[in-house]
Write a protein that binds this ligand. Sequence first.
Ligand code: PEP
Ligand code: MN
Length: 361
Amino acid sequence: MIVKLSRNDAETRQAVSAALEAMGAEVRCLEFPFGCFLAGLGLENPPLKKIQAMAGVAWARAAGSKPILAAREQNPHGSLVQLGRMEIGGEALALVAGPCSVEDREQIFSTARFVAAYGATALRGGAYKPRTSPYAFQGLGQEGVELLKEAGLEAGLPVVTEVMDPADVATMAPFVDCFQIGARNMSNGPLLKAVGRAGKPVLLKRGPSATLAEFVLAAEYILLEGNAQVILCERGIRTFETATRNTLDLNAVPVLKSMTHLPVVVDPSHGTGRRDAVSPMARAAVAAGADGIVVEVHPDPARARSDGEQSLHLPEFRRLAEELRPVAEAVGRRLDLPETLPFAPNQVPLLRRAPGWGGSR
Ligand code: PEP
Ligand code: MN
């Protein structure tokens, strides 16, 4: 059962917790900007009326197969998630950009510098990579996490990176501003609990075959650990279509907004799998009400070690940002871009690499 307190003082919390414990529940106190809740877990038929009647209790609800904490009604104005200097879910749009994988120092530092100069608000880059083939590049691991953080610090951007194993959360945490849960792990309960307990923002990607109801319940796992800093990310679903890698489900944006109070961002890179479709679908996502865009960018996509075919060249990232701005303004949002560029787009140096790195998924 979930209990919302109307009075958040130690006396109320203690009295209600004691009553829940006496019924045999495991009790958690969850304090969010939108209210204080007590979760009483493990009760089959909770005596709601008894708890409801206690002083300082606003309401008590039986927890079932529907989200409670992530539900829109808990915070009808919408929640904000602070990432670096930016509040995701506010008027300004978030632009999370970076390579699919952190590959080496030069690649991540040059990307970080450029995307920061071109208007990104956070730097992304995978170090633990969930590859479809076990023979594909698996990422640099912790070394990649630390390189990403170093590059982010130099460029003045917070960093977002995927965690795949609950055992890695503690080692990664000092170097990570936002943990990403990848699409393949959306319903991995132990991982959701572990990032929930880490107390940092979480970018939760929708599973390729997850319904929106399942997606929001995955977010509920994180909230139930006391962490409401969850950003939902639509990244395309599996359909019969083969011309694109996935089908970007922009229905998800308005529908998730009506289901939850959490910010919703869109990843048109994985959603389409094709560079030529990334900017148009980013604009469509902003028009649909997304709170931000997550986009893959690489200084030399032809030689990227993963997802090269969907990664934008650096000048294309600036163009995307400039094309997004009027769309943002048309729907009452803002995109804050640096007015002066330290590099002209045609001066962006390409990295020279040995051939044969391929651009596999
Ligand atoms: C990624 O962001 O690089 C990634 C692997 O995304 P997804 O989990 O959405 O496939
Ligand atoms: Mn990728």
